[in-house]
Design a protein around this ligand. Sequence first.
Ligand SMILES: NC(=O)c1ccc[n+]([C@@H]2O[C@H](COP(=O)([O-])OP(=O)(O)OC[C@H]3O[C@@H](n4cnc5c(N)ncnc54)[C@H](O)[C@@H]3O)[C@@H](O)[C@H]2O)c1
Length: 439
Amino acid sequence: MSEAEGKLGVLIVGLNGAVSTTFLAGVFSVRKGLASPVGSITQMGTIRIGKRSENNFPLIKDFVPLADLNDLVFGGWDIRNENCYESALSAGVLRTEHANQVKDELQQLRPMKGVFEQHYVKRLKGEWVKEGAGKYEKMMMLREDIKNFKKKNNLKRLVMIWCASTEIYIPVNGGHNSLEKFEEAIRSNHPDISPSMLYAYAAILEGVPFINGAPNLSCDLPALINFAKEKNVPIAGKDFKTGQTLVKTVIAPMLKAKMLGLRGWFSNNILGNRDGEVLDDPESFKTKEESKLSVLDSILQPELYPQLYSDYYHKVRINYYPPRGDDKEGWDNIDIFGWMNYPMQIKIDFLCKDSILAAPLVLDLILFIDLAQRIGMSGIQDWLSFFFKSPIHEENQVPEHDLFIQQMKMKNTLRKIMKVEPVSHIDYDPELITDTQNI
Ligand SMILES: NC(=O)c1ccc[n+]([C@@H]2O[C@H](COP(=O)([O-])OP(=O)(O)OC[C@H]3O[C@@H](n4cnc5c(N)ncnc54)[C@H](O)[C@@H]3O)[C@@H](O)[C@H]2O)c1
């Protein structure tokens, strides 16, 4: 397979947010040899090739031809007119000395005017927005931005990623079902069409792969899923799996693997960054809640194990608490039961840094979806579900939430791409079964 040649443009929606600026500062620091890309699967992960006895574990980035970090060119949109250095400092994730190491690179990055309506993110005001036109015209302006960015920077390929604020909950309905209806809804400025859908549509129309890091629908609509396939554009989403849900999708498979029952799971969070403020609005929180609640049932399969999982109580709370900034604290209280129904409890207290966890996912998703595009994979990139809380899936398909199944799926897809045998983890040679009479 050929190497990734030329420059790759990375267009970030929400360029000045905490996740974006932490990601950017990290990439610039890695390029300068000042930091290591901890948490990044593409940069630090390995992949086993062949039998265990062959002891062949190359780095993923040496096994598959991914774009080089030095070939990434960044740009994007925001609704705040600041350079990324100012935004990185106000996000309060990085220490000033770390932001200062890449001050020049961050200062040079300024957003293009965003497409925004306060109806969709109640807690924010748009100060740097495209004005005086309907949804269709704004979507066309985004297309112009994409074309100009590509031309100005002499780019070979592009990727777009949504790292902007979580929009209010919008269920999939009529206007989202076919491309014709979707276009009609855009042209009539229908409220079911949010800005994130306009970015996604503009990307697909321009043949640019689209990733959605937030829980709002964006490209997760039948109209856009089908259109992406038609246009040969890969899409992936939704909602970066970084903190509490990451832990949930490790603990829940453990309970099921061990046939331990569940009575209740209470997940509580405090966080004080802008994302926390946006999620303090009940309509944005509902979007997040839907995303966070979906994982347990799909992992535990109560329909198969009614005695263990048909009657558990699941609650997720996010509380905005400014003193903590980006330092999120997530508590889980898990009431389980074992042999003869005896009750037990698991307590988890995850003191994390939200954007430090999200930044490496942004990098991995950009590099993987660019790979997908180069080799002609289009539509939903199911193998990237490893990175998401609420993986986009076809209507007739159940999403996979178990982190380790997702990991196996991702690595086997990489093996398949490179035309080597998938790893089944079966070491026993079936030829050695001699007593076939008794099978
Ligand atoms: N661990 C994590 O941090 C994590 C995990 C999962 C999902 N997410 C999601 O990632 C997103 C970013 O998180 P964050 O902490 O960086 O939030 P943030 O509030 O710091 O950044 C969001 C940025 O988006 C901008 N924005 C809002 N609407 C816009 C629009 N229509 N067009 C252009 N820009 C727009 C805002 O001005 C802001 O700069 C959120 O939706 C969050 O829910 C984050």
